[in-house]
Design a protein around this ligand. Structure first.
Ligand SMILES: [Zn+2]
Length: 403
């Protein structure tokens, strides 16, 4: 089956890849914020001082996807392109070895997220070494984004939006609709940050776990489709002159019962790796004293109290209920001087809470910086792949696409 499917899947891919940033803005912001709470005290005051900026910038990679053709492939890696049976056994972990085996062009086409994460971690390490506050903020936010993307199962497959199994819209359902709708039920009290000896291996483990969740991600939706009539499954929204279709709340509620635990598990796991890589970059960058880099250098009484309140709510899993998630505060935006100035001359675009328009074509990306971490052992852990039912559907859809 694979032989006949591949060209069809490739054809479908050219129609589609590069859409939908993982987690939506809500998830990315939440992950960046929670990561701050997981930091050790030597770093936390600095990060808390800049938390609003880091949270705001955590969506920048998705926001520039439409303008920067090299951006899209940095957010995913389609493991099933390389093999449906044992992709993790076939893919070398290190960038150099992976390009040798599959060519840089192929890696660009099917995604480079693991190596982009390492590139961002190295950039952050250098920013700490230089004691460059602006870059520390920038790369902390960017690292947070790409790490968060790696936690989303649908970022590890060519069928990233369910488009090949007649489940289009699954991406937005999983990563935006569910977290936004059920955040009050989710637990965000993840583990504290820890030094990561081998970041590349840690990142690959996350991608392998994400891939392992794909079976459930598709199967649970298929099960609901069997019992829910098509006219109940979807709702249509008209926004800015465009009509979009998304899964209905009824479908979301049913899907949450099946995969909500998984979404929560990934949403809670991501900040721990984010904060751990921030900590690792700081240590590798010579553990600079962050106090003197703050002005004023000590947290105010007000800052301390606010942080204590937020930490307590985070530990009790009441951040959303207490309205303490910055992602919930839609109107608040950090304004730069330029924005304030330019706002006088032009009408403010309604862009703040708008997801970026999906980029249509798979754009050629510039090569990710080769990762310099030592090569981890290529372990052949068996992962769950798509169900038989899913594959059958793929075939049907792919045939349609060929026409
Ligand atoms: Zn993304």
């Amino acid at each position: 089956m694979k032989k006949t499917l591949l060209p069809l899947l490739l054809a479908a891919l050219t129609l589609a890849h590069g859409t939908a940033g993982a987690w939506g803005f809500f998830g990315h912001r939440t992950i960046a914020q929670v990561a701050v709470y997981e930091l050790p005290s030597a770093m936390q005051a600095f990060y808390y001082r800049h938390m609003a900026e880091i949270v705001a910038q955590s969506t920048a990679p998705d926001e520039r996807r439409n303008d920067d053709p090299t951006e899209a492939p940095k957010h995913f890696i389609d493991m099933d392109h390389y093999s449906e049976d044992d992709p993790f056994g076939k893919m070398p972990r290190q960038y150099d070895k992976a390009t040798e085996k599959f060519t840089a062009d192929t890696l660009k086409k099917y995604g480079t997220v693991p190596w982009v994460i390492i590139e961002m971690k190295d950039n952050l390490t250098e920013a700490f070494r230089q004691r460059d506050t602006l870059r520390i903020i920038k790369y902390s936010a960017e690292l947070s984004h790409y790490v968060a993307d790696a936690f989303v199962p649908l970022h590890t497959t060519i069928n990233y939006d369910g488009q090949l199994t007649d489940q289009k819209g699954l991406h937005g359902l999983w990563e935006s609709q569910l977290p936004e709708r059920f955040i009050n039920d989710y637990k965000l009290d993840g583990e504290p940050a820890k030094y990561v000896k081998d970041p590349l291996t840690a990142v690959w483990e996350v991608i392998q776990q994400s891939y392992g969740f794909l079976g459930e991600t598709f199967d649970r939706a298929s099960k609901i489709e069997k019992v829910m009539k098509p006219d109940v499954r979807y709702t249509f929204a008209h926004k800015y002159g465009k009509t979009t279709r998304r899964f209905s709340d009824a479908f979301a509620d049913a899907y949450e019962k099946g995969v909500g635990g998984m979404v929560d598990f990934r949403l809670k796991g991501a900040p721990t790796l984010v904060s751990s890589l921030w900590l690792t970059a700081w240590q590798d960058g010579g553990k600079p004293d962050l106090g003197p880099m703050m002005t004023p250098s000590k947290p105010s009484k007000d800052e301390k109290e606010k942080l204590a309140t937020e930490l307590a709510a985070w530990k009790k899993n009441t951040l959303p209920q207490d309205q303490l998630l910055l992602a919930q505060q839609k109107a608040k935006k950090v304004e730069t001087v330029d924005e304030i100035k330019s706002a006088k001359d032009m009408a403010a675009p309604p862009a703040e809470e708008t997801e970026p328009t999906p980029a249509e074509a798979p754009a050629p990306a510039e090569a990710a910086t080769p990762a310099s971490a030592p090569a981890p052992a290529t372990d052949k852990v068996k992962v769950k792949t798509k169900s038989k039912a899913g594959s059958e559907k793929t075939k049907q859809k792919a045939t349609k696409l060929e026409w």
